[in-house]
Design a binder for this molecule. Structure first.
Ligand SMILES: CC(C)(COP(=O)(O)OP(=O)(O)OC[C@H]1O[C@@H](n2cnc3c(N)ncnc32)[C@H](O)[C@@H]1OP(=O)(O)O)[C@@H](O)C(=O)NCCC(=O)NCCSC(=O)C(=O)O
Length: 404
């Protein structure tokens, strides 16, 4: 792979499947940075190109050092930071020089902003037809909403997610994480990987665009589209009944909460036995998959009443013994101290230049021959500008002009 990528292999890439791939990453906030961090974890050499003010997420929320907010740090490891004010001709020229030697170009700007800078696909691919040009925005690029700004909250509302949440609570609500950014970001990373695979066969790059709205809508429709009750033909609630059941939630025990998900006949039989009511399995509403699917509220309500009679630890012991899928209901704080995660080395401690000791999470995907790696702490703003520009072969004079 390395000798077929457009530039020389940077020592900053990792051992993962994307080693030798050089990424110019103009994305900011969460969505694009998560995508490019994924590429970096998998071995790509990711160069984050920031305006002089930096990625705004450097400033958002609690930060152990200026410009190192958690919201930034957690999606920007395995990258180097280069500051280029692309509104200045010398900096834009430096970028275009880098484009000729890169494999992937990424941004998360609205299309009109990219066009104003002269970094739209036509301009970039004219310089390097092998480049994979990946970008994302709120809505599909060929539709009437292409120019609109979008953030996670907007998309959670638009795609129906906030409304779905509201159906099991009292009012529309957001999932308390930026799920539209994260899912769309991972789709962007995977789409870029696929385009790189295609390039191996054809020698050609291409433009890859991932819209947040359509991506999230198809994500949600997996269970709900054409579900029997979806269009109200049976007079039921819109959506897939099991997921919409008001009883689908962690169950209260005598002393806490527990998650249980019985699915097969064997699970249900064992669960009801663990709850000291094996005879309930013979109830015609509960004894077959098809009957249970029609009676989710009844069966979930029934077990919720039984579960309240048990202590969590005792119930967990019985469920594990019966091979019933069950788990603890943790808080994030619990997980920082979790024994299993400590045994398996999930949290990594690293030193960030300005912030000192910080934590990051392990890469969860494992590759047997080309392992992912965590090599670089999130960069301080512009930490690598000179180093990277020189590495791309710019003269000392051109570097000085680009940085001016
Ligand atoms: C996030 C946005 C709403 C932000 O809107 P805006 O601030 O109006 O940004 P725009 O994209 O329209 O324009 C970007 C501007 O930055 C300028 N720009 C960008 N990079 C540079 C550099 N390196 N140097 C100089 N100027 C730069 C660019 O020229 C544009 O300037 P001008 O030409 O002068 O305008 C939008 O970018 C957007 O909808 N993006 C696509 C969807 C997305 O990724 N959303 C965020 C997900 S994260 C999230 O939801 C969350 O964190 O929560």
């Amino acid at each position: 792979m390395s000798d077929r990528s457009s530039g020389s292999v940077s020592p900053r890439g990792g051992s993962g499947p994307l080693h030798g791939i050089r990424v110019l990453d103009l994305t900011t906030t969460i969505l694009g940075p998560l995508a490019s961090q994924t590429l970096g974890d998998l071995g790509a050499d990711v160069i984050k190109i920031e305006p002089p003010i930096g990625d705004l997420n450097r400033q958002i929320g609690p930060a152990p050092a200026p410009g190192m907010a958690a919201f930034f740090a957690n999606v920007n490891r395995n990258k180097r930071s280069v500051v280029l004010d692309l509104k200045k001709p010398a900096a834009l020229e430096a970028l275009m020089h880098m484009v000729k030697r890169a494999d992937v170009f990424m941004h998360g700007m609205r299309p009109q902003a990219a066009a104003r800078l002269g970094i739209d696909y036509a301009s970039i691919s004219a310089l390097n037809p092998r480049i994979v040009y990946g970008w994302s925005s709120g809505y599909r690029a060929d539709g009437p909403r292409a120019h609109l700004p979008a953030y996670d909250d907007i998309i959670q509302g638009e795609c129906g997610l906030a409304g779905l949440v509201g159906r099991t609570t009292s009012a529309p609500g957001y999932i308390p994480t930026v799920i539209a950014d994260k899912y769309t970001g991972q789709m962007l990373a995977s789409a870029i990987g696929m385009a790189l695979f295609d390039r191996e066969r054809t020698g050609l790059g291409q433009e890859v665009h991932v819209p947040m709205f359509e991506t999230m809508l198809s994500f949600l429709m997996v269970e709900h589209l054409w579900s029997k009750a979806f269009d109200g033909r049976e007079g039921g609630e819109i959506g897939y009944p099991r997921l919409m059941s008001r009883h689908r939630r962690p169950y209260a025990t005598r002393d806490g909460y527990i998650s249980i998900m019985a699915n097969t006949d064997a699970h249900w039989r064992a669960l009801l036995a663990a709850l000291d009511s094996p005879e309930a399995f013979d109830d015609p509403r509960f004894s077959t998959l098809e009957a249970r699917a029609r009676n989710f509220d009844a069966i979930y309500g029934y077990i919720a009443d039984r579960i309240r009679l048990f202590d969590t630890a005792e119930l967990r012991r019985r469920l594990d013994a019966g091979d019933v899928p069950a788990g603890a209901v943790n808080t994030l704080e619990d997980l920082l101290e979790d024994e299993y995660l400590s045994q398996t080395g999930f949290f990594h401690r690293y030193e960030q230049q300005a912030a000192g000791a910080m934590l990051t999470t392990a890469v969860s995907t494992s590759f047997s021959r080309t392992p992912a790696s965590i090599r670089l702490a999130p960069p301080s703003l512009g930490q690598h500008t000179e180093e990277v520009l020189a590495e791309f072969g710019l003269s000392a004079e051109a570097v000085a002009m680009a940085m001016n």
